[in-house]
Design a protein around this ligand. Structure first.
Ligand code: PGA
Length: 251
């Protein structure tokens, strides 16, 4: 069972970067790049879904660009994602942002268990499990980050990710050595990891590759069978570069 009609998912993870004025500039430049190619709707393969994940407070700003017909961007050429979600459903958890709140802002996707959150904020498989459950409860699509196969197994034991459901999560394979290093994994190895992940979770699970993905290597990763998209960090901060990734061509 496939989550959606798209065949490729390209996700921009801006991390803790870009303030409000930088986001506006980014959107204008990205819009320009896209309109150079004419109508996005006509020219971009409609099977590619683009997701932009800003920091929480900038989500409404990004959705204004998403919805505004007066902007240079065509409406709905991208979906909005969040970089995290609270493990708690609601209540006295100062500073947390709930799945329900994200949904009410038009967010469609949530990155869960990013390796930087595991490393710097001590996020555990149990917390990740809770976050996945809340995403699914509120109709958000979790993009669950995995650096090692053990993490797939650990999350699967608590989350039963492989149970048939109309909302299977998406897995992003993010090897630690490749994240933020400028040293991507090889497409062949990423493909091997993708098939190992699918062996545990089922063939229908989507696997994205993340870790120093950019416009030079995007098409090699996406040419691999079993890799259905990219999670792009540093290279997504430059709208010209990100537009090139989104308009990748398979060679
Ligand atoms: P990077 O980040 O592209 O800067 O390596 C990827 C990620 O952390 O999702």
């Amino acid at each position: 069972m496939i989550l959606f009609m798209t065949e490729t998912l390209i996700v921009a993870n801006w991390k803790e970067n870009l303030d409000a004025s930088e986001v506006k500039t980014w959107m204008q430049e990205f819009g320009k790049q896209e309109s150079k190619r004419g109508s996005v709707q006509e020219n971009r393969d409609p099977k590619i879904e683009v997701v932009i994940c800003p920091s929480f407070p900038l989500i409404p700003l990004v959705s204004n660009f998403q919805l505004s017909s007066s902007s240079t961007l065509q409406p709905s050429i991208f979906q909005i994602g969040a970089q995290n979600v609270s493990e708690f459903e609601k209540g006295a958890y100062t500073g947390e942002v709930s799945a329900q709140q994200l949904k009410s802002l038009g967010v469609e996707y949530v990155i869960v268990g990013h390796p930087e959150r595991r490393e710097h904020l001590g996020e555990t498989n149990e917390q990740i499990n809770q976050k996945i459950k809340l995403c699914l409860k509120y109709g958000l699509k979790p993009i669950v980050c995995i650096s090692e196969l053990d993490q797939v197994k650990a999350i699967n034991e608590v989350s039963h990710l492989s149970l048939p459901t109309s909302q299977s999560p998406i897995i992003a394979y993010e090897p630690l050595f490749a994240v933020g290093s400028g040293q991507p994994d090889t497409p062949v190895n990423a493909q091997k990891q993708a098939s190992a992940i699918k062996k545990v979770l089922g063939e229908d699970v989507w696997v994205l590759y993340g870790g120093s993905a950019d416009s030079r290597n995007a098409s090699s990763f996406l040419a691999e069978k079993g890799i259905q998209g990219l999670l792009v960090g540093a290279a997504s901060l430059d709208p010209v570069e990100f537009a090139k990734i989104v308009n990748y061509e398979l060679h």
